[in-house]
Design a protein around this ligand. Structure first.
Ligand code: PBG
Length: 325
């Protein structure tokens, strides 16, 4: 009761504030999503994601070395696949010499300690831009899961530490776990995009990979943003099916979900601060409307405070540079 309790005592100066601070962030918390393209010496700036590039493998590896030097321990890999390699089944996804598989090998060769988490979903490989196989205008679940298991094993064969299914098909975590066990990849983990919402925040990502759905939307597999309890169900199912890490995506607008999932599961929770969130901060900062670095650091704290054990963020490199100062 006032004046016995004066809450401001604990905010008097930065020293006491740092002593009582409940949440801290460090480069150990981050994963950096990277876009990879065919070729050599290729570095294409991403229009709707200022400061980021789609790079060929050689320059991706160079960047990964720099990330490692900054203390970042994990990368999420997404590839831009040539249109002529796309089909309905996404067969290129499990080509052992495909762009993803080559990228994984190159990164693990150059920086063995870096945790490599390739994206497992068919959309970059699909002529329809959908995360699954299309039959009669529908995204079919079980045939897609079979394809995702082949894809996951090929990533593991190439040296991936974790596979990261982002497709939202039912039963894929169990099927992938089983396939990894049967192929001897006992130590390859699964980070499941468990509560992934059908979100307009993914727009800039789809620009980067040219992977927007050719018809319809992703609402028959990605979650309805109006739902909360369903996210817990998804996360619990994935843990039961063998997920080592569960993810909530997007981040900032979904922090209530992050907390719910964190309280419900006994595995680490990852949060993906997605492309649209990044673009919003960049755009406002370009106009001088927001202080870029302060907003970035604040948002990362808020995501961690909400319950994130790991944050996948396009800000990882910039934030690490600031945190290392
Ligand atoms: C594809 C995938 C998407 C993202 C990650 N993996 C896009 C989508 O589902 O359409 C979005 C990430 C971002 O916006 O940063 N399965």
């Amino acid at each position: 009761m006032f004046p016995i309790h004066r809450n401001r005592r604990l905010r008097t100066n930065e020293s006491i504030r740092s002593l009582v601070r409940e949440t801290t962030i460090s480069p150990n918390d981050f994963m950096f999503p990277m876009f990879v393209a065919e070729g050599k010496g290729v570095e294409v700036p991403l229009g709707s994601m200022p400061g980021l590039f789609r790079r060929s493998i050689d320059l991706t590896v160079k960047e990964v070395k720099e990330l490692w030097r900054l203390g970042i321990k994990a990368v999420n890999i997404y590839v831009k696949v040539d249109d002529k390699l796309k089909d309905n089944a996404g067969k290129e996804a499990w080509n052992k010499d495909g762009l993803m598989q080559q990228t994984i090998r190159a990164i693990k060769d150059a920086v063995p300690g870096m945790i490599v988490m390739p994206d497992v979903a068919l959309d970059p490989y699909s002529i329809y831009g959908h995360d699954g196989i299309v039959e009669n205008g529908l995204i079919v679940n079980d045939a897609t899961v079979d394809a995702l298991t082949l894809m996951s094993v090929s990533h593991a064969d190439a040296g991936a530490d974790f596979v990261a299914p982002s497709d939202m098909m039912d039963g894929r975590v169990y099927a992938i776990r089983k396939a990894l066990e049967e192929s001897g990849h006992h130590d390859v983990g699964i980070m499941s995009y468990s509560a992934k919402y059908a979100s307009s925040f993914y727009g800039p990502f789809r620009d980067a990979l040219d992977s927007a759905p050719g018809f319809g939307d992703k609402k028959t597999y990605q979650m309805d943003y109006a739902n909360r309890i369903e996210a817990i169900k998804e996360a619990l199912h994935d843990v039961e099916e063998g997920a080592d890490i569960v993810m909530v995506k997007p981040g900032m607008a979904y922090l209530d979900i992050v907390r719910e999932v964190k309280n419900a599961v006994n595995v680490p929770v990852a949060v993906y601060q997605v492309s649209g969130e990044y673009a919003m901060v960049k755009a406002a900062a370009e106009r001088g409307w927001l202080d870029h670095d302060k907003i970035m650091i604040e948002q990362l704290h808020c995501i961690k405070r909400a319950g994130a054990d790991i944050i996948s963020t396009y800000f990882a490199k910039e934030a690490a540079i600031i945190l290392n100062r």
